[in-house]
Structures are given as C-alpha cells and as structure tokens.
Design a binder for this molecule. Structure first.
Ligand SMILES: [Zn+2]
Length: 180
C-alpha cells in the first residue's frame, strides 16, 4: 500500500466518524490517530453538542481516546492524525502538545482553520516545524465532507447553537456543487 493509499484509507475512516457525529446532531467532523507503524490507535469525533462541551472537537477526542500512547517516548513525533476538516487553533495547539508529527485533512477551513495560519505566521515555529501537513488531497472526499457540513447547516437547531458559517468554504473554485 502506498502512502497516499493509506492516507485515503484513514481519511475514509475519519469520514465515517464524521457521519456518526452527524447522526448525533453535532458538527460532522471526525478524526483518527495512527501510530508509528501505520496502525490505528484511536478514533474521535466532534461531541460539542452531544456532550455539551465546546472543547470536544474530533481531534481532541481522538487524542484523549489514545490514552497514554502519545506520552510514551517511543511514540513522540511518530504519529499521524487524520481529520475531516483542517484543525482549528485549539486543535492545532493540542496536536503540538501531543507531539504528533503529521496532519492530514480532507477539507480546508477558511473560517476557523488554524494550522495553516499558524504555519504561515511562523507561530510556535520550534514545534510546528516538526509537523508536516497534507491538506485536502482528495477532491471526492472534500465534496463529501462539504456536503455533511451543508446538511448540518441546514438541519441544525437554530435555537440551540451559535453561529457557524460555511460561507466562503469551497473545495475548488470551479466546483459549483460545493462552492458558495
Ligand atoms: Zn478543533
């Protein structure tokens, strides 16, 4: 299996978590953590509304679910996290604290994405240079994630949530299906 095939396999698994989150009426975002030997360590999904916890993002959930795995010396800077949406500033911070070395995501997030902004601004450079990223490698998966977000936007309970806009979110500029 090539690296790209493996990336796809784990992104698809993260997407399954995102679909599960959608069923639980919270942000449809999923993540999986993969170890040094490309083995699945843990899965996570957004639980903000299902657990009433504003910090319960998918990446945080996957990191919590991995127990002490990331704290062991032999796993430092050897693990990859796959997530369906570009990590926000909070999750980017968590990824740095967890000594994860690679981040792969399905869909860029121009609204709340933090990873690229941190990198471009040379913030936390000493830590961030140890982390490589692969952003939005598969268009079909990006469209699938975009559709999950749009369905969530349409169907969520407006009385119970804060504003989260999908405006300006796009997969490709020429893709009318997922662009606004
Ligand atoms: Zn986050």
């Amino acid at each position: 299996m090539t690296q790209l095939e493996m990336d796809r396999m784990y992104l698809e698994l993260a997407l399954e978590e995102a679909k599960q989150a959608a069923k639980e009426n919270t942000f449809p975002i999923g993540a999986v953590l993969v170890g040094p030997n490309h083995e699945l360590i843990s899965k996570g999904r957004n639980k903000v509304y299902s657990f009433h916890d504003a910090t319960a993002h998918a990446e945080i959930d996957a990191i919590r679910e991995s127990g002490n795995f990331l704290l062991l010396d032999e796993n430092r800077y050897k693990c990859t996290i796959y997530t369906t949406v570009e990590p926000c500033p909070m999750c980017t911070g968590a990824i740095l604290f967890a000594n994860i070395t690679r981040v792969v995501w399905i869909l860029n997030d121009p609204n709340f994405g933090g990873f690229r902004s941190f990198k471009e601004a040379n913030l936390f450079e000493k830590k961030l240079t140890k982390v490589s990223m692969l952003a939005q490698p598969f268009e079909d998966l990006a469209i699938a994630q975009c559709e999950l977000m749009e369905n969530w936007e349409k169907n969520r309970n407006r009385n119970n949530v804060w504003e989260y806009s999908t405006e300006n979110r796009s997969v490709t500029t020429d893709d009318s299906k997922c662009s606004k």
